[in-house]
Design a protein around this ligand. Structure first.
Ligand code: 4NP
Length: 170
């Protein structure tokens, strides 16, 4: 039976203008395609680009595959995210460590029993890119943006299969 309360996923990278907005829209696409009751958002560990739209290159490459990133706006992750989200997905290992540091602060502020979020890598269940970082495309060329899309598509599908199994046994 489908659950009524949506499962909430937060995709996190450094700037929230390249990888995590791409992950947000791709992840949402596969959840919707499989009828999963999941809310997806994204944020950055940094506050480098507050309220900025996704990087023009990310938008262009995503649009070539039918993903519209134009309405998204960057934000830094905050301690409340650990109360709100079930799953926080790090794009790379540095993001993972920075998210863990935020979580330590959230635990001391709110108490461990109030923390809802688990932290995992975007590639956690992905057989193709297993445990691999999503490489930062910001200072590179077009191939980097295509690689982000390839990994987001592959890893999102793997998460959707994992979550489907989890939701059907609860
Ligand atoms: P993202 O990429 O973490 O995938 O959004 C970056 C965006 C901006 C910067 C670094 C990475 N920056 O240094 O401004």
């Amino acid at each position: 039976m489908p659950s009524k309360t949506p499962y909430k996923v937060l995709c996190v990278c450094l700037g929230n203008i390249c990888r995590s907005p791409t992950a947000e829209v791709v992840f949402r696409h596969y959840c919707d395609a499989h009828g999963l009751n999941v809310i997806v958002d994204s944020a950055g560990t940094s506050n480098y680009h507050p309220n900025k739209a996704p990087d023009r290159r990310s938008q262009q490459h995503a649009m070539q595959r039918g993903y519209d990133l134009s309405a998204l706006r960057a934000r830094q992750m905050c301690l409340n995210d650990f109360l709100e989200f079930d799953l926080i997905l790090a794009m790379d290992y540095e993001n993972f460590e920075n998210i863990q540091s935020f979580m330590v602060k959230a635990v001391s502020q709110f108490g461990e029993h109030n923390i809802r979020a688990k932290i995992a890598l975007m590639s956690e269940h992905d057989p193709q890119y297993n445990q691999q970082a999503v490489p930062d495309p910001y200072y590179g060329g077009a191939d980097g943006f295509e690689r982000v899309l390839d990994q987001c598509e592959s890893s999102s599908q793997a998460w959707v299969h994992f979550l489907k199994e989890q939701m059907s046994v609860v």
